[in-house]
Design a protein around this ligand. Structure first.
Ligand code: F0G
Length: 350
């Protein structure tokens, strides 16, 4: 199989003879069935798509490779984005690989450390603002109008093109679209991209059904659910700490056309799903990536019937990006002398 999103899906992407077909190995991520959690939900089959297995540890790489290749094709030498951390990590990596400059603007003090470390090591120019993601995106949108630099946030349509390939992969792997797709919603690009992918495959006859799109925001950052922008969004899931999503209308269209919903989950629900996904599934996602499972469990508790249904949850980012949140809530470890008998005693084996 061809490696990378551009080569594998070139027929369904805006690839021309001049597009540089480079890759860091993005896409083709695992779709893992989790039987232990199936019984909690009462559905037929429950899968997790591990987007944290992409080269920079999040789904952003699928769209970034297309956006950066097109930027190069169009003669751009520099790219820019606002980010809660994953877009900037991805932009920095692909800029480095393609030989471009990356400038990233992030909300200061609100980015998980692993993501910051990525932007630093890939050599991006980093600006930390005393503001939130929405402020950063506004500034970036103004700057790209005034300076010769390409915007690579998901308002760049090439990002959505690349990200839709994840929906193709789900159908290619399962042989049909699932009944439900559970996905976190932040700036709302990814739910838009998945819906585009599912619709395209359905139109070309690769699937018979289209999934219901089930988007989840964090309660303290849930503008779409509340119906108005949130000035000061707050959530432990820093990746989706967004108060005024750029693709708001497109996310609502995906919800309405698919017959799905966009709902919210509390930080407590996110953290307990984060833990459950790890302890019952062996899957370590970052907190935002636990919002889909938190949402699925919330709907199950409310009595929604998933019997006979196929469900896919998108684990959008790797848990190793945000270890702070785990270590902060951890129980203290045993601290013992280096002696067999002390370890046996502490474990209750003696
Ligand atoms: N999950 C993770 C891990 C993310 O990083 C993001 C968005 C989302 C979900 C939500 O996706 O924005 O397309 O609705 N992260 C962006 C960033 C905002 O800057 O990295 P969305």
């Amino acid at each position: 199989m061809k490696s990378g999103v551009l080569a594998r899906y070139r027929d369904r992407l805006p690839v021309t003879s001049k597009t540089p077909i480079l890759t860091l190995g993005e896409g083709d991520t695992p779709l893992v069935r989790c039987r232990q959690l199936e019984s909690e939900v009462g559905c037929k089959e429950l899968y997790f798509k591990l987007e944290g297995c992409n080269p920079t540890g999040s789904f952003k790489d699928r769209g970034m490779v297309v956006a950066v290749a097109k930027a190069m094709e169009e003669g751009s030498r520099a790219i820019m984005c606002a980010s809660t951390g994953n877009t900037s990590a991805s932009a920095a990596a692909y800029a480095a690989h393609f030989g471009l400059t990356a400038v990233i603007i992030v909300p200061g003090g609100k980015i998980a450390q692993g993501k910051m470390a990525q932007a630093i090591i890939y050599g991006a120019k980093i600006v930390a603002l005393s503001g939130n993601f929405d402020d950063a995106l506004n500034i970036v949108r103004t700057l790209v109008e005034k300076h010769p630099i390409t915007l690579v946030n998901s308002v760049n349509p090439y990002r959505i093109e690349g990200q839709k390939t994840a929906a193709f992969e789900i159908i290619d792997m399962l042989g049909e679209a699932p009944d439900y797709l559970f996905i976190p919603v932040g700036n709302a690009g990814n739910i838009t991209a998945y819906w585009k992918g599912f619709v395209e495959y359905n139109q070309t006859g690769k699937s018979k059904i289209r999934p219901k799109m089930m988007g989840f925001q964090a309660e303290g950052a849930s503008p779409i659910v509340q119906g108005h922008p949130i000035k000061d969004p707050k959530t432990v899931a820093t990746a989706i700490r967004i108060g005024n999503p750029a693709s708001w209308k497109k996310a609502e269209a995906a919800r309405d056309e698919s017959g799905g919903s966009i709902d919210s989950v509390t930080d407590d629900e996110i953290l307990s799903a984060h833990k459950l996904m790890a302890t019952k599934g062996g899957i370590f996602g970052e907190p935002a990536s636990a919002a889909p499972l938190a949402g699925l469990l919330k709907l199950t508790r409310k009595g929604m019937d998933f019997s006979g249904k196929h469900i896919v949850c998108i684990v959008t980012g790797n848990g190793l990006k945000d270890t702070e949140v785990v270590l902060k809530n951890a129980e203290p470890f045993l601290n013992l002398p280096a002696e067999v008998s002390a370890v046996e005693k502490a474990l209750g084996w003696k």
